[in-house]
Design a protein around this ligand. Structure first.
Ligand code: HEC
Ligand code: HEC
Ligand code: HEC
Ligand code: HEC
Ligand code: HEC
Length: 266
């Protein structure tokens, strides 16, 4: 009986183990030791947990290097530990993974001003608390630290119109997809456009942003045309469907009337 009981218990707890296991796997020695530290040494853990990086499996050692499995050797340079970058080294540090952004940034007025105190990645995105990017990152508090907000506001305004159009098109595509229309090609097209559009910001070059935004709006117009076609086709289908239902109803009524008058004649 005892044995049956323990087998039952084990069976009961097995799913719990599977549920706990991935959480433990995430706890590298870096996280285990640093979450017990005070102040600047412990704070990164809390901040990181709520970040877009944690959500995508990018952990301490992916950014800082080192050995996440060995308590004693974790932070030794022989195991690839590179430590925390200083201010001017940050673009190279983040740019190992965000190559396109790094390129655009380094060619920009901001990148060229780096050594003289120009803004870098962490100043705008934060370090451990990095979130999904959006144009809300362009705001008075952040962008008026070094120059007047005016030039930032113009950039935001220029990007914003296209951003709104993109969101609207994405919603239409989702709605058409829900009623069973094949939107795969248009969806891929839109996704690619969105990605290259979002690359534009880091150049902070107003002329370039204006010109390219105009080009984007042109190609978005073409995509919108295709979506409109689908929508009006759907509308027509609905009208045709409605007419058929109406005709069927009418047919039913006539049949009923004929039958009725036939019976009355009897
Ligand atoms: C056994 C505890 C322990 C482990 C394990 C550990 N750290 Fe640390 N870490 C510390 C302490 C203590 C400091 C501050 C003193 C120092 O710099 O050595 C520190 C400092 C740091 C710094 C700041 C260094 C600088 O240049 O200012 C970074 C970044 C860091 N750790 C990342 C990591 C990463 C990534 C891992 C895992 C690969 C890791 N740590 C593993 C205890 C630990
Ligand atoms: C997305 C990359 C990234 C990840 C992931 C990351 N860090 Fe950092 N970390 C940085 C950068 C950049 C700095 C340099 C500080 C700055 O410029 O603001 C830094 C600095 C630090 C410092 C020095 C103290 C400080 O706050 O300046 C410590 C300690 C540290 N990180 C520990 C960790 C630990 C522990 C983890 C995992 C929980 C982690 N980091 C995850 C990018 C990262
Ligand atoms: C002056 C502020 C600023 C600086 C400096 C900056 N960013 Fe950004 N970043 C933004 C803004 C604003 C957006 C959102 C743009 C949009 O949505 O059109 C963004 C978007 C992003 C994105 C998402 C868009 C994409 O193309 O994937 C990534 C990734 C990113 N930044 C990484 C970085 C890295 C890495 C650096 C340093 C090399 C950096 N940023 C420097 C403000 C900044
Ligand atoms: C080891 C690789 C790696 C490093 C180093 C790294 N990132 Fe990331 N980052 C990623 C991945 C993976 C994602 C999630 C997928 C994506 O959106 O590209 C991401 C996402 C982001 C996003 C959100 C992108 C979006 O679509 O809105 C921003 C912003 C960002 N990172 C900024 C930074 C900054 C700032 C640093 C330096 C402090 C940095 N990253 C360092 C790998 C990295
Ligand atoms: C840490 C300081 C700093 C911050 C913060 C900062 N900038 Fe800049 N910005 C500069 C410097 C330096 C220049 C180049 C010199 C100049 O034109 O004044 C510049 C230039 C610009 C330019 C003109 C670029 C050109 O090619 O003419 C624009 C646009 C701009 N910034 C937008 C922004 C936006 C948007 C933000 C906020 C997301 C921002 N800046 C935040 C320092 C900063």
């Amino acid at each position: 009986m005892k044995r049956v009981q323990s087998v039952c218990l084990a069976l009961l707890f097995t799913p719990l183990l599977f549920w706990v296991a991935p959480v433990m796997a995430e706890d590298t020695v870096c996280i285990q030791c640093h979450s017990g530290q005070e102040g600047l040494l412990g704070k990164p853990v809390e901040l990181w947990r709520g970040s877009v990086h944690a959500a995508n499996g990018i952990s301490c050692h992916d950014c800082h290097g080192g050995d996440p499995t060995d308590f004693a050797m974790a932070m030794s340079p022989e195991r690839g530990f590179i430590g925390a970058p200083d201010y001017v080294a940050v673009p190279e540090f983040c740019g190992r993974c965000h190559l396109g952004v790094k390129e655009d940034y380094q060619g920009s007025a901001h990148g060229r001003a780096l050594a003289a105190g120009g803004p870098q990645c962490v100043l705008c995105h934060g370090n451990h608390e990095v979130q999904l990017a959006s144009i809300e990152l362009i705001n008075e508090e952040s962008c008026s630290r070094c120059h007047e907000y005016e030039r930032a506001a113009v950039v935001k305004q220029t990007i914003n119109g296209t951003e709104v159009t993109l969101h609207r098109l994405e919603r239409s595509v989702a709605a058409l997809h829900r009623v069973g229309i094949d939107m795969r090609r248009i969806k891929e097209d839109l996704f690619a456009k969105r990605n290259s559009f979002r690359r534009l910001f880091h150049t902070v070059e107003l002329e370039k942003i204006k010109n390219q935004t105009a080009e984007f709006n042109q190609s978005l117009l073409k995509i919108k045309q295709q979506i409109d076609d689908h929508e009006s086709e759907l509308g027509q289908r609905k009208i045709v469907g409605g007419v058929i239902v109406l005709l069927l109803l009418l047919g039913g009524c006539i049949a009923l009337l004929i039958r009725k008058s036939y019976h009355e004649e009897e």
